[in-house]
Design a binder for this molecule. Structure first.
Ligand code: TYM
Length: 327
């Protein structure tokens, strides 16, 4: 069975972008793959985090995974910091990564822009992400478009290691949604929808109440026309909303365009909001049940055990190949 690994940062509330770009695919892949899904808390601390908020958000990410349909009996669900091998392999891969490669990362450039001082961890972040993936010899990595560059580096590092030390790592492939691999902000279609945005109206959080979702969608920026047409070049805002609609309704883009022909943006946005609510409301109900049930830490303990065993096998092999003394 092919192996899947992916993760999300507990650095804020998960958004509809996280759901469409990645989480929806996590749920789909678990039926046919051996899956590892984690909350990447070590990555989250590459920017300052309030300790209490980090703890809460880590729990929230894992609870949302399960509420969205990840079955912990099928998939291994864990926190990155619970599996020490991530930090260890992350360091080893940092020594194989070139400064120039890290300097080219657009996510680093975006996050560092305009800051007086930038933590070194933000810079070496992609080497740790490569360790996350290579530690499990993952074949497939379901992510949104914004992770393409990091994944490319992961592939390069796997190949570099294999060439230098002998065949060790599987070279992973990305797995992207056909529609909605980059969900854009509701207030500015040139920026991706992001959980760390200061403007709450720019994103839909997976835990937003139905009324908040309706309000945010009704206020979403559109062009001054009235045609519901998928044309990312000339109508980026409406095209973004159509992508969200398609992913939340399982209708094709062509079907959505046909359905709203001549009707204008009003009815389209209204129905879009209902589609989003219909997807998120049941997830929110399950989320509340999971948070109340107290089962989360048991799931995390089991996940950490299973992931650690797997990770240790690969790390031992890596250490032997690199010339460390393994006792
Ligand atoms: P993060 O936490 O920023 O996002 C989690 C996942 O959600 C996707 N995503 C989006 N997809 C579509 N539209 C959007 N607006 C949108 N925003 C976020 C991301 O592409 C991602 O798949 N570096 C990763 C976390 C990570 C990881 C890993 C992922 C660490 N190690 C190993 C895969 C494998 C990140 O910051 O994702």
């Amino acid at each position: 069975m092919k192996r899947v690994l992916s993760g999300m940062q507990p650095s804020g509330q998960l958004t509809l972008g996280n759901y469409i770009g990645a989480l929806k695919n996590f749920v789909a892949l678990q039926h046919t793959h051996d899956c590892y899904f984690m909350a990447v808390d070590l990555h989250a601390i590459t920017v300052p985090q309030d300790p209490a908020a980090l703890r809460e958000q880590s729990e929230a990410v894992v609870a949302l995974y399960i509420a969205a349909g990840i079955d912990p009996a099928k998939s291994t669900v864990f926190l990155q910091s619970h599996v020490r091998q991530h930090a260890e392999l992350g360091w080893m891969l940092t020594t194989l990564t070139y400064m120039g490669e890290l300097e080219r990362m657009t996510q680093f450039k975006d996050k560092a822009a305009g800051k007086d001082s930038v933590g070194a961890g933000l810079f070496t972040y992609p080497s740790l992400m490569a360790a996350d993936i290579l530690l499990y010899n993952a074949d497939l990595v379901p992510v949104g478009d914004d992770q393409k560059q990091h994944l490319e580096l992961t592939r390069d590092l796997a190949q570099r290691f294999n060439q230098r030390y002998g065949d060790t790592f599987t070279v992973p492939e990305g797995y992207f949604p056909k529609v909605g691999a980059r969900i854009m902000s509701l207030d500015d279609a040139s920026k991706k929808m992001s959980k760390s945005s200061a403007n709450q109206g720019s994103f839909i959080a997976m835990l937003d109440t139905p009324d908040v979702i309706r309000k945010k969608i009704s206020r979403a920026v559109t062009d001054s026309g009235r045609e519901v047409r998928f044309d990312p070049q000339n109508k980026p805002e409406v095209s973004n909303l159509i992508s969200i609609y398609a992913q939340c309704s399982d209708k094709t883009i062509a079907e959505i365009e046909a359905q709203y022909e001549g009707l204008g943006y009003g009815p389209f946005k209204k129905e879009l909001a209902e589609q989003v609510v219909a997807v998120l409301e049941p997830v929110q109900q399950r989320y509340q049940e999971i948070r109340k049930s107290g089962e989360l830490y048991d799931i995390l303990r089991q996940g950490a055990d299973k992931a650690s065993q797997q990770a240790e096998k690969v790390l031992t092999q890596v250490k032997e190949r690199m010339g460390f003394i393994v006792l």
